[in-house]
Every structure is written in C-alpha cells, then in structure tokens.
Design a protein around this ligand. Sequence first.
Ligand code: ATP
Length: 326
Amino acid sequence: MSWIIALAIGATFAIVSGQMARARNRNVALWTVLGFVTGFLAIIVLAVLGKAETHVAAASADNRTQSEYGRDGILSVRDVSVVFGGIVALNGVSFDMKKGQILGLIGPNGAGKTTLFNCLSRLYQPSKGEILMEGRSILTRQPSQIAETGIGRTFQNVALFPRLSVRDNIRIGGHCRTNSDFVSDSLKLPWVRREERQLNEKVDEILSYLDLHNVADREVAGLPFGTQKRVELGRALAAEPKILLLDEPAGGLNHEEVYVLGDLICRIRDERNITVLLVEHHMGLVMKIADHVVALNFGKKLAEGTPAAVQSDPDVIKAYLGDKHS
Ligand code: ATP
C-alpha cells in the first residue's frame, strides 16, 4: 500500500514532465523516466531526512540532560499563580520534587490542586511563576509536547477513547516515543516497521504489568471504572514518563482496590524509576505511600513536610476541620 503512494507520486511527476517535454519537442521517454525517478526519490529522501533530523534533536536533548541534570531534583514549581477572572486559584505556590519521590498534594475542595496539575501538564498557563522540569522551563512548551519532556498524567474522571480497545488506548500513549511521520508511515519504511514492532512489545509488557491482558482486546466503554483507571495508567506508562501526575487515582475505588492501587504506585516508582505526584483526597492512601506532602488551601501553600508532620500541622487540621479542632 505504502509503495503505491510513492509510485503514484512518481507517476504524476512522469506525466507532467512527459507533457512538458512533448510541448518543447524534447525526448518524451527520457523526461518521463526522469520525472518518475525524481518524484519517487524525493519522497524517499524526505522521509530519511525527517528521520535523521528527529534523531539529531533527540541525541542533543539527551546530551544536555546528561550534562546538566545529574542531580537529585526533577521538578521545580516556583511562585506559580493562576487567576480565573476574579478568582485566585493559585497564589505564589512553590515546591521542589526529587527523583524517585512520591509527593502527595493535598488540600480541601477548591484548594487549587487540579489547577496546579493542569499547569504541570500545560492545560493552563500560569499568570506568574515558573515550572522547571529537569532544569528547563516547561512553560515555553506546547501542551502537545509535554509527554516528550517526560511528564505523564492521568485524569480525575478518566479521559480514554471509549470505543477503542484497551490495547489501542495504551498504544496511543506510546506514539510520542516514535519518530515516524506522514510520509515514512505511508511508505512503511523498514525503521517504521521496527518501531511498530517495538511499540507492540511495549504495549504487551504494560498489559501484563497492569494485569490487563485478559481485557486487552475489549472496548474500554464496557469495563468497570477501576479497570478503566488502570488502562489510563497504562497509557501514561506507555509514554515512558520520568514523572507521573496522578489526579485522584483512588476516586471511585473501593477499599480493596485502593489498597492494591497503593502497592501498584509504589511498584511503579521502585521498578520503573518513575517519580510520582499524587493529588488525592484519600488521606489513608497519601499517608501510607507518600514520602513528602504539600498541603494547599485557597490557592496557597499551607504546609510541607513528611506525611506525619503535615497531618499534625495545626493549619492543616484547621483547613480540613475548622477552627474548633485546631
Ligand atoms: P477539588 O479537590 O474539589 O478537585 P481542587 O483543589 O482541585 O478542588 P481547583 O479545581 O484547582 O481545586 O479549583 C481552585 C479554584 O479555582 C476553585 O475556586 C475553583 O472554583 C476555581 N477554578 C478552577 N478551575 C476554574 C476555571 N476553569 N474557571 C474558573 N474558576 C476555576
């Protein structure tokens, strides 16, 4: 199929140059052949150049990463503010995350957790402040480039393609790590087929890792909510994130499922070396698995520290339970 497109473009060039040769009394056969070869080769060269450029960009990004970011830090939120009309959703929030950390972001309803999350995944643009991923600003990146920087996320109310299978939903997550483009994909060049093979292997591995192989070919729409949440996690993992943003992963899960989820998040951190930022109302889960907790209230940072320290902080108790309990 792909070669047909190259042949069609070659044939178009052949017809055009043949007609031009006839109009100018030149050798029609020679110019037809030349036109065909030019059209055909142009497509191949474009595909190869596109691939080479992507490789050079990736290699130079890797070099910068290695030379500049051998340190512990991975994500830095600096003095971030977000204003919606008259509502100050975030007001000068700052904190840092270390590699390999599970950071719990907590706060009562309306505290600004999801707003901060949406800034980290570039859905919102802060009105002030800076967000650095491995020392580089993410605010200059397009939302479509955020997965490439190593930031993956799940959504509070799962955002999957309901009519696609579990396997295809996860495969979509892996596409940001492939280099193919329209031309090379159409031509199904050898490296494109190799990449597809690797992507399929990766998806199979994630299906097993998340215990989803039994439903791999089922449509997502008919699956229980807990399973859909795992599919979303799978999609995020397929993008090979360095940091995973989980927006209320325990929401809608029963007690047993929350327990299993806690273990899974710790395994993801330990076995896949992924740093985790967890927004969660389920205090039991946060206190059990987080190494560090940041508490927000009315868009401001209220407290930060170990789970035990934050849990016993009078300002945090007051924010959750009111003045009488502080
Ligand atoms: P919850 O735990 O209930 O999800 P949250 O801590 O995630 O709350 P946010 O959703 O970030 O809080 O909301 C922070 C504040 O910003 C709230 O007052 C909310 O009403 C407001 N807000 C959030 N998104 C928007 C928006 N798109 N437009 C206007 N106001 C918004």
